[in-house]
Design a protein around this ligand. Structure first.
Ligand code: PAF
Length: 289
């Protein structure tokens, strides 16, 4: 029986110099280039970003870099999953053209002294409050990825909704010529948003985890129907805590700026955002009202 043809692995480059050499030929041919930045441990959510990138661009670069500067001292940097071979297989299957996989010294060489310090949506009392410095690390590494790859478009998941607004603002403020696109959250059948951190969940924690999506969905419906957002959210907070979570926040915010509601001259689009910890695992999710 004939074997199914095995897709060839995308080329992997580890230095900015090799990356730029690989991109030069595509750029000469005026190929539209998309970048999908990741920290690896790829799941169907990441693969949906690659699929969207392939629809929007001729060539797709995926970066895999577990960025130390966006982890706090007590966070999971050292135990963050790094299944490199499985990731490369998934990227072959998804049809990525090039993988940029630098080591920490390539991104942060000795003497590295320039960190970005985003404010605006990076300073609204959501993840910024619970992960101090996190968005400095995200903005800095994404700016470095943008200036290294110089993509025409870059695709990020809506799941990290605050991150997406921070990156859109950073690209606009620094005049980086890249269109930043958010892609819909991919969920398990029971509603749990896909995340590389879901592998940390014990069976009991995994069984409790869909409550985050349930509460977001119910709350969005109630708020859209005209119920008082604060009353709805305090019901939601109680439900999340009684499912065994330690809640960081469940909030309704202006979808674009992430400012608190009531601070806008006109009625804004509203986004509900949640972050909560079960056992040692912190999960985030969000939903449009
Ligand atoms: O969302 C992620 O995986 C990371 O925060 C990112 C955007 C790749 C930056 O390290």
């Amino acid at each position: 029986m004939a074997k199914a043809a095995k897709k060839t692995r995308p080329r992997v480059v580890r230095s900015v110099k090799a990356l730029r050499e690989a991109l030069a030929e595509w750029r000469e041919r005026k190929a539209v280039i998309a970048l999908v930045p990741t920290m690896g441990a790829l799941h169907a959510g990441h693969i949906s970003l690659v699929a969207l990138a392939k629809k929007s661009a001729k060539k797709v670069v995926v970066s895999i870099f577990v960025n130390p500067t966006q982890f706090g001292p007590h966070e999971d940097f050292s135990r963050y999953p790094r299944p490199i071979e499985a990731d490369l297989d998934k990227l072959s299957e998804a049809g990525a053209d090039l993988v940029f996989m630098p080591d920490a010294k390539e991104i942060y060489p000795d003497g590295f002294a320039t960190m970005l310090k985003p404010t605006g949506p990076a300073s609204v009392g959501l993840d910024d409050k619970f992960r101090p410095g996190h968005f400095d690390g995200v903005a800095t590494v994404v700016a470095k990825l943008f200036t290294s790859v110089m993509p025409d478009i870059a695709i990020f998941g809506d799941k990290d909704y605050q991150q997406l607004q921070v990156i859109k603002t950073m690209a606009r403020d620094l005049h980086l010529p890249v269109k930043v696109i958010g892609a819909p959250i991919v969920r398990e059948k029971d509603g749990l948003a896909l995340s590389s951190r879901n592998v940390y969940l014990s069976p009991t924690e995994r069984a409790a985890a869909p409550v985050l999506h349930q509460v977001l969905k119910e709350s969005a419906k109630a708020i859209a129907a005209g119920e008082d957002p604060e009353a709805v959210l305090s019901r939601g907070r109680a439900k999340i805590m009684s499912a065994g979570f330690k809640l960081d926040y469940l909030e309704a915010r202006d979808a674009a700026t992430l400012a608190k509601l009531g601070e806008q001259p006109r009625k804004p689009k509203v986004r509900l955002l949640v972050a909560a910890k079960i056992g040692k695992t912190r999960l985030i999710d969000n939903f449009a009202v």
